[in-house]
Write a protein that binds this ligand. Sequence first.
Ligand code: ADP
Ligand code: MG
Length: 363
Amino acid sequence: MKIVLKHLTKEFPSRTKKGEVTVAVNDFDIEIPDGKLIGLLGPSGCGKSTALNLICGLETPTRGQIFFGENDVTKLSPENRGIGMVFQNYALYPHLTVEQNIRFPLENLKGKNKISKEEMNAKVLEAAKLVQIDDYMERKPNQLSGGQQQRVAIARALVKRPQVLLLDEPLSNLDARLRLQTREEIRRIQKETLITTIFVTHDQEEAMSISDLIVVMKTGVIQQVGKPQEVYNKPVNLFVAKFLGTPAINVFEGRMEGGKLLIGGKAVLERPDVPDQDVYVGIRPEGFIVDGNGPFELDLQSVEVMGRDTSVVAEHPSSLSGTTRAIVSTDDAEHVGGKKVRFSLKKAKVHLFRKDTEELIED
Ligand code: ADP
Ligand code: MG
């Protein structure tokens, strides 16, 4: 099911400033394609949960519309939207078994939607199998690991065969290993069912690794929509550039002059098409090439070998992001040592941003 949001906006009375409003979701205008997994990504407080709550109907928009396919569902109640929802804190019924928890949404079906006991059993088993929890049907939630509990929550969300699955930071309560495993599970389930899924997270790595498309937002406003690698390779502004990638992008104060990019007054790269101006320079950690004759010289701090790759840690007075981290191949880092290190730069990994708007300067 395709989801279309038109000028979707939600204002709340501000929690901190009396008489003011917080625009939690600001003029969302976006089409979410059918059958894909969309990662809704942004820092805490940027409006992700509010956006999800609007889509599922738990919140009423201040302005704007929500369409599922061609249907305007803006005024439909949550139970009539055909949505499955999973939250961070599994929210299972503690006194019910796994089987009863998954069955619960079916028991509540009313009128013509009511289904027979046999149908119910079949659907419950199917959902349990899909999330691979069918060996634990008689257990209570407190006899399960966090990851298993979250799988039950996902099965419960899927048992009615929703057209849309909404997941609000579903992995945040899990430890690192389970987080990795469960996110792969979610990816598999989504691919198997092809249910249009919106996955909310503040963790860029999580979003990048499982999404077909990511939507990056900041203070209620969508910044960029695209395939994870596209957004990583071509961030529309400095915020997006800084938000995606580990280690983070290295940011410097710079200046364009006569087609040359200067950092600390020294030319480090040719960018013939960019007019003279002060700029922010973002250099991805993989954008550095160890080069004894390279134009970009930094004060070497340390060299950390991590197997195949080596992290070269250095300092530069024009850095705006603390120490600079270059990820190079361990073979290339062999001769790095002493007080200074020199690099040349990979052009595609160096992004320039306007000083005033922080928007990407395109070639
Ligand atoms: P996220 O899920 O990205 O952390 P939220 O959607 O929970 O962000 O919140 C977005 C903004 O809206 C925050 O500034 C938050 O304080 C505010 N907000 C959310 N819900 C309410 C509410 N019921 N009343 C007032 N402000 C709210
Ligand atoms: Mg939230």
